[in-house]
Design a protein around this ligand. Sequence first.
Ligand code: FAD
Length: 357
Amino acid sequence: MQLTDNQYSQQLQQWLAQSTKTHFTNGQQQWPVREWVKSLAKANLSVAGWPAPYGDGELRKQLHLHYRIARNAPGSLGLCITSHLDIGARCLMEKASPQLAEQWLAPALRGDAILALAMTEPQAGSDLQGIEFSAEKKEQGWSLTGVKRGITNLPFADAVIVLARTAPNRSPFSYTLFLLPMNTPGVEREVALPTLAYPGCLGGMQVKNALIPEQNVLGAPGTGLILLMQHMATERLFVSARMRGISEMLLEKIQQHSALATDQLAKLKTQSLAFNAFFEQCVENYIRQSFPARESASLKYLGSQLLKTLCATLSEQEGAAGYLADGNAELYQREAMGLALAGGSEEIMLAIIGSEL
Ligand SMILES: Cc1cc2nc3c(=O)[nH]c(=O)nc-3n(C[C@H](O)[C@H](O)[C@H](O)COP(=O)(O)OP(=O)(O)OC[C@H]3O[C@@H](n4cnc5c(N)ncnc54)[C@H](O)[C@@H]3O)c2cc1C
């Protein structure tokens, strides 16, 4: 991945070498998300690429963080950190009022408060205009009621940015984003989903008449879905940085196996080069603030297809090795399936691309 700041890259590599040694063991069931966020913050590595006053505004640095973590540490830990820093906290930094940002951003960036972004519900994932989670205006603030499920970080998050319905019809202006502290009376956390690639990381909550103050609204009431759609382009770029990290690592693993025919390897390399080149172009366009939904959807779709192809090849290689060698192909395959859904499924990416043709 293009990055001009070699010093940052070296510091990050050193930090990762140290952290994966001390924190990470294969097959771990509890991921040290909070410890990693705290440790990244202490090393000044967590938001070095954010705009001032947090960082130097070099977006590539921030993408590099998630790309590197994906290459070095498999599985949910990386997705949890992306969800906290550049999906959750970034959404607050960009869209919350100065008072709300002041209250939550500093603890989030220190790792004292872990964040999640909750859109999906048991009956509404791809179709967000079908959500039932609702918010009603009261004299003392907003009262929230409903269920969210399948949310990264929710089993241990301290606060969650939540999309709620604030008007009964399906108009794009019927939804609002709120910051809901998980210790608000009326919020009940569900047991983490028993997912195999993401143990302990995906969860839900049941919320009944949880009262939050007026200042916990992000943006103007009624603009939540529109703000979220803008934020989804950012989410897809960061998820794609993870896909790039995992796919490069997988390609290296595949190359180490001698059995693969040269033309098969050439096909995989070409696919990977094409994805990487498109990724770089998307970063440029994002920086120039010209990154339409079609492009973010195309990037995520291509990354998802590449990852699945690489995982299938690695599975074949590991299968062919029989009982003589152990491998992680299954774990990567499950992660590829998860990343294909996070930020919107492949079918939805194709629908977005198709609608703009
Ligand atoms: C690892 C992981 C992390 C996640 N993290 C979060 C998170 O932090 N926050 C959050 O809010 N959500 C999160 N999700 C949920 C994710 O956003 C949803 O799974 C995704 O949006 C799909 O929604 P769904 O699961 O409800 O499936 P559904 O919407 O029910 O779709 C089921 C299937 O039908 C297809 N489909 C649906 N509608 C159409 C259509 N119109 N045309 C063609 N095909 C269609 C879909 O592609 C899919 O294959 C996460 C999911 C995973 C796997």
